[in-house]
Design a protein around this ligand. Structure first.
Ligand code: ATP
Ligand code: MG
Length: 430
């Protein structure tokens, strides 16, 4: 257990306050896992906590919390939360669907437990006598590996629809089963996720897809109807084009992401979003080209802005990821033109590697011309210096014929209508 968490617990206890380790920290230790973070609850108010710790920062608007900072390690200390009183005052507030907007009401340990999501997350380790306080059968559920909602699942999901995603995440991460009463309302209530602020959703999506359980989370989310509200474009493409390459592509993206996480390699949301949105993007580009007569390239540029903007309505992808995602898309259009001696310069592009990885994914998902192009690039990328020259020169000969054919076929009107749409001049995505 974290030494810093122990320090915090003892300081509170010795100052006469109740102090417990709670949530994922207790759950994971009991399961023999390494907790990600350690949360402490106490009956001291945030102001009292601040007086006890020099290294304390008070944070949070929705709920006031204390962060006790030890270099890069932060122990979160919250005051025990109480019941909601239905009043007109500013301490607690719910919206029409019953979603919690603000809740600064303090209370007892049982009241605090009732406010938590699942019984396995409502285990309290009491530093005064080293006992575990379990609520609603949390310890039993931990043993039987059951995710069980505290209270009425329907009400609790309405209060905070993100709990539906958390149920899935804990089930896959901890290899547990969602209790039937807890799972039952999810399909019906899944659309409530559309009301969750896109910034919060971005964080949840990171936890779902970048923690080594992307494949399982994806499959379970699809089963329960939780994927559609987050990724409407991808989902409708999956539904419409059941036989198409996107299904295979999604599966491979998830497997590859998990393999990278498990090998402790980096994974970037830029590649992830570029890859999952590739087929919705090409479809949008085709539609734009048909409607407007724009050239393929210009239609793609227009579609990139559209698709990213639409995705950002549900998940606000920071621009430091959406901009490189668009670069990865743009490079897809240039693979064919850059076969030949231009390839030497092309592979120097900072986003080449990611774009090439997407090309390989597309190739294995759809075969055909893309697979042919990918095969050329694979031999170029993997070839030694000399081999590359030979490959490049042979492609130059072939491409001269291809390019002259293309030039002849191009309609002059398409170019005239083309909007200049450099991705860098795009609107902000956030
Ligand atoms: P992990 O950190 O491994 O993802 P965790 O259970 O610690 O899992 P956190 O998001 O760190 O999850 O939250 C800490 C605790 O706060 C949870 O264990 C739970 O008791 C409570 N909690 C978090 N989010 C919610 C929520 N949306 N509704 C109710 N309780 C919640
Ligand atoms: Mg945690």
């Amino acid at each position: 257990m974290s030494e810093n968490a122990i320090k915090v617990l003892y300081r509170l206890h010795k100052s006469g306050f109740k102090a417990y380790l709670v949530g994922g920290g207790v759950r994971d230790i009991l399961l023999g896992l390494q907790p990600k973070d350690f949360d402490v609850v106490t009956n001291a108010t945030p102001e009292e906590i601040k007086k006890l710790f020099r290294n304390c920062r008070l944070v949070g608007r929705r709920f006031r919390l204390a962060h006790i900072v030890f270099g890069r390690d932060v122990i979160e200390v919250a005051t025990l939360r109480g019941h909601h009183v239905v009043t007109e005052d500013k301490t607690s507030k719910t919206n029409a669907e019953g979603r919690l907007l603000r809740d600064n009401v303090y209370g007892t340990i049982d009241e605090d437990a009732e406010r938590r999501d699942f019984t396995i997350n409502a285990l309290y380790y009491d530093i005064s006598d080293f006992s575990i306080h379990s609520y609603g059968g949390g310890l039993n559920d931990l043993k039987s590996r059951t995710i069980r909602m505290i209270g009425d699942p329907n009400t609790r999901y309405r209060e905070d629809p993100v709990r539906m995603l958390r149920a899935v995440r804990f089930a896959t991460k901890l290899n547990m089963t969602i209790d039937s009463a807890t799972a039952e309302p999810i399909s019906e209530l899944a659309p409530l996720l559309k009301d969750i602020p896109a910034a919060r959703m971005y964080e949840e999506v990171l936890k779902l897809f970048f923690n080594g359980q992307a494949e399982n989370n994806f499959n379970m989310m699809r089963e329960l109807g939780l994927f559609e509200p987050l990724f409407p474009l991808v989902d409708s493409h999956l539904v419409e084009d059941v036989e198409g390459p996107i299904g295979k592509m999604m599966q491979t993206i998830m497997e590859n992401t998990d393999a990278r996480v498990n090998a402790e390699k980096t994974v970037t949301p830029a590649f992830f979003y570029a890859a999952i949105l590739w087929y919705p993007l090409s479809q949008r580009a085709d539609d734009i080209a048909l409607e407007s007569g724009l050239s393929v390239y210009d239609a793609y540029y227009a579609a990139m802005g559209d698709v990213m903007e639409q995705q950002c309505r549900t998940i606000s992808i920071p621009r430091r990821f959406s901009t490189p995602a668009k670069d990865i898309w743009q490079l897809q259009l240039r693979f064919d033109r850059n076969q030949g001696t231009r390839a030497f310069k092309f592979i120097e592009h900072p986003k080449f590697r990611a774009a090439y990885d997407l090309l390989l994914l597309r190739a294995s998902a759809e075969g055909g011309a893309v697979a042919k192009s990918a095969a050329w690039w694979k031999s170029f990328v993997e070839g030694g210096e000399e081999q590359r020259s030979v490959i490049a020169r042979s492609a130059n000969k072939g491409s001269r014929n291809r390019n002259s054919n293309q030039r002849r076929r191009r309609k002059p009107s398409a170019k005239k209508n083309a909007k200049p749409a450099a991705p860098s001049s795009d609107k902000p995505d956030e």
